[in-house]
Design a protein around this ligand. Structure first.
Ligand code: GLV
Ligand code: MN
Ligand code: MN
Length: 421
């Protein structure tokens, strides 16, 4: 059983919930609890400004790098010089959302990190190392692929200039948007390597709720493969063109979407497959579609099976192209292998949660997270809290207050324990 360094210490749950609510007001989706803050939009800027204010009010040393990753470093007053110069224990997540996001995805991890530092400072507890809380840019990748872009750049997995040059679904360019919202900073990339990293996040799936477990101990993140598929057919008259003469990009797109569902069924769980975006051109009732662009999101915990799924998708695209007389081209938007977290930090999360009285379950993450990028450079793990009805990427996303607070307390005690390692 893990000995807690400060057994009585707890974060301020009311302040955490109030801040989650205040941040959710920015980009609020009317008549829902959710928010819309796609990366590098005006709403994202407003959210960043608010969290930055909280960071600076708390006296953190805040730095922003060239992709907009923002890190607040806490070196408590009176910390001796050697300790102050040592690598921080870092936490964090993201505050961008999908277009129809909830209020907890990412935001919980950032605001809980802030809360841990503020509550420790108020309690007069001085850790043996600096602590840091970060929000990484464009975790969602919904506007500018890939997902986890900011943390990928932070750990040196993508060049800064390459990331800044990426064009989004609306034709905007990352670097120009960063300038426009004032978040192209000058802190170096790759960034400061933490002593260890731990991220608190909602599960975004049904497992914890179904099993009535309060804290998920995340052992791994499944592999992610995003492909953009473009189909070029031929526009023609919907009334006069015999079916045998059509090169219908819309029909070809529908075949691919149906195939993706069948692929997941054939491979079985945990394989998942999603066609989340389809664009038709000219998108008119009486015109056979000339062009379709769609995305295919494939994920699996086993990279061999994921590679098999990708190969089967490519074979199907060839078959559809031949059968329908259309041209199909593809572009990889994201490809990340499955990631295993550090067993020692995973054990620490489990023991800490139990010591605080929570029930626990070890599980893999279905969603991508910034922690999977940080795992490339330092010992890393994650803490999950339950999601009502397993719903996420939806304004109805909800986690009960006591679970949010329990998760933040686990985060606090795990961070304090990591300062001793
Ligand atoms: C990103 O957060 C994803 O899992 O899609
Ligand atoms: Mn997230
Ligand atoms: Mn998300």
């Amino acid at each position: 059983m893990t000995e807690l360094t400060h057994p009585e210490f707890r974060i301020d749950g009311d302040r955490l919930i109030d801040r989650l609510a205040a941040l959710a007001e920015i980009g609020a989706i009317v008549d829902t609890a959710g928010s819309s803050r796609l990366a590098f939009t005006d709403a994202d800027k407003e959210g960043r400004d608010l969290v930055m204010t909280w960071m600076t009010d708390l006296g953190l040393d805040v730095t922003i790098d060239g992709i907009g990753n923002t890190v607040g470093l806490w070196r408590p007053d009176g910390m001796d010089e050697t300790a102050a110069r040592s690598a921080p224990v870092m936490t964090g997540s993201h505050i961008d959302t999908v277009r129809t996001g909830g209020r907890y995805d990412g935001n919980l991890g950032v605001l809980a990190g802030l809360e841990v530092i503020e509550s420790l400072a108020t309690a007069g507890i001085r850790p043996d190392r600096p602590l840091a809380v970060a929000f990484f840019s464009n975790e969602e990748g919904a506007r500018f692929p890939p997902d986890m872009m900011g943390s990928l750049v932070y750990v040196g997995g993508m060049g800064l200039e390459d990331a800044q040059a990426i064009t989004g679904i609306d034709g905007a360019v990352v670097g120009e948007e960063l300038d426009r919202i004032g978040y192209r900073g000058s802190a170096p990339c790759p960034g400061l390597v933490p002593h260890a990293f731990v991220e608190l996040h909602i599960e975004q799936g049904p497992v914890l709720e179904e099993q009535e477990i309060q804290i998920g101990v995340v052992e791994s993140v499944q592999g992610i493969s995003w492909t953009e598929v473009t189909i070029d057919g031929q526009s023609n008259h919907a009334g006069t063109t015999p079916m045998r003469l059509r090169h219908d990009a819309g029909y070809a797109a529908a075949r691919i979407a149906t195939f993706a569902r069948q692929l997941a069924a054939d491979l079985g769980p945990p394989q998942v497959a999603t066609v989340g975006a389809i664009d038709l051109h000219p998108n008119l009732v009486n015109v056979v579609a000339a062009r379709a662009t769609l995305t295919v999101d494939l994920r699996n915990t086993d990279d061999q099976i994921l590679q098999d799924a990708e190969a089967r998708l490519m074979a199907e695209l060839d078959a559809v192209a031949r059968a329908e007389g259309v041209e199909i081209t593809t572009r990889s938007l994201a490809r990340f292998e499955p990631v295993s977290f550090d067993p020692t930090v995973v054990d620490l999360v489990e023991h800490t949660a139990k010591a605080l009285g929570s029930t626990t379950l070890r599980l893999p993450s279905g969603a991508g997270h910034d922690a999977q990028m940080l795992a490339r450079v330092c010992p890393t793990a994650m803490i999950f809290t339950p999601s009502r009805d397993g719903i996420s990427h939806n304004p109805a996303e909800h986690t009960d207050r006591q679970d949010l607070v329990a998760g933040a307390n686990v985060l606090a005690h795990v961070m304090m324990a990591l300062t001793k390692t």
